[in-house]
Every structure is written in structure tokens, then in C-alpha cells.
Ligand binder design. Structure first.
Ligand code: CA
Ligand code: CA
Length: 146
């Protein structure tokens, strides 16, 4: 039995005189740039070209993300007006690493941008008055229309 590598620069593994294809590192096939509206939880399923196990491996906001070994990445709902990412720019960063059965790895940096939603009054300068029909009994409302 002989086991030998090819010449320097070759990647062919010779096993008992037969070329064997060495294992390839995984490739993460899902996107890395996401956005989500504020007040909405983010979730996405990561995937690779071969079976892998996912784990967080870095990123400024890694602690805020959840990630299962099967690649389900999550981020709880965020408030655009009160960002909690490391540099407070509403872009949350995490690095994930996929590890194959051959212990080969691939890493990607993922960003999730939280986008603003106009809240509280619609932004036309007038407060919205909502009358609750059940609660108004016994009261008289005077509304001056401008
Ligand atoms: Ca950020
Ligand atoms: Ca907002």
C-alpha cells in the first residue's frame, strides 16, 4: 500500500496507485446581505453545497444573533431609533463558519440592516386622534377642524 501526494503544485492524492479526489471545503451558498424593517424579527436559513455544521465565529454584534447548528440565523426585533449594534448604525454584523464532515471550513460575514418605519402620527405634523366608541360614553368631545 502506498500513499503519496503528487508533485508540489498538484492536488492529486494517490492511494494504492489510484488518484483520489481530496475533500473540498464547503461553500456557503446563501446570501450575506440582508435587511429587515424595524420592530420585525429577522430569520433566515443558511445553506452550503455540502452537509455542514454552522457556528458563529465573530462579528461585532455576534452576541445579538442566534444560530443553530443546522444554520437557522436569527435576530430579535430591533428599534431603528434606538440601535443596539456595536457602532449604532443599524447594521448588525455576524461572522458564521460552516464546518464539513472532513473538518474543512468556510466563513462568511453577514450583515442585517434594520430599516426605519415611520411611527406615531404619520409624519404630517398632526397627531392622529383615535376615538374609542366604547369609552366615550358620558363624555362630550369637541373637535375643532382646522
Ligand atoms: Ca453596525
Ligand atoms: Ca421609526
Amino acid at each position: 500500500m502506498t500513499l503519496s501526494w503528487g508533485n508540489v503544485g498538484q492536488t492529486t492524492l494517490i492511494w494504492n496507485g489510484t488518484a483520489v479526489t481530496p475533500p473540498s471545503p464547503p461553500v456557503i451558498t446563501t446570501g450575506t446581505i440582508f435587511s429587515v424593517a424595524e420592530n420585525v424579527a429577522f430569520s433566515t436559513q443558511l445553506d452550503a453545497d455540502i452537509p455542514v455544521t454552522f457556528a458563529k465565529s465573530g462579528g461585532a454584534d455576534a452576541a445579538l444573533f442566534t444560530l443553530t447548528a443546522a444554520g437557522l440565523l436569527g435576530l430579535s426585533a430591533k428599534n431603528y431609533e434606538l440601535p443596539t449594534d456595536a457602532n449604532a448604525d443599524n447594521t448588525y454584523l455576524v461572522e458564521v463558519t460552516a464546518t464539513s464532515a472532513d473538518l474543512l471550513t468556510a466563513s462568511v460575514s453577514i450583515s442585517v440592516s434594520v430599516t426605519n418605519v415611520t411611527e406615531g402620527g404619520g409624519g404630517n405634523g398632526f397627531a392622529q386622534l383615535v376615538l374609542n366608541a366604547a369609552a366615550k360614553t358620558g363624555f362630550t368631545y369637541w373637535i375643532r377642524l382646522l
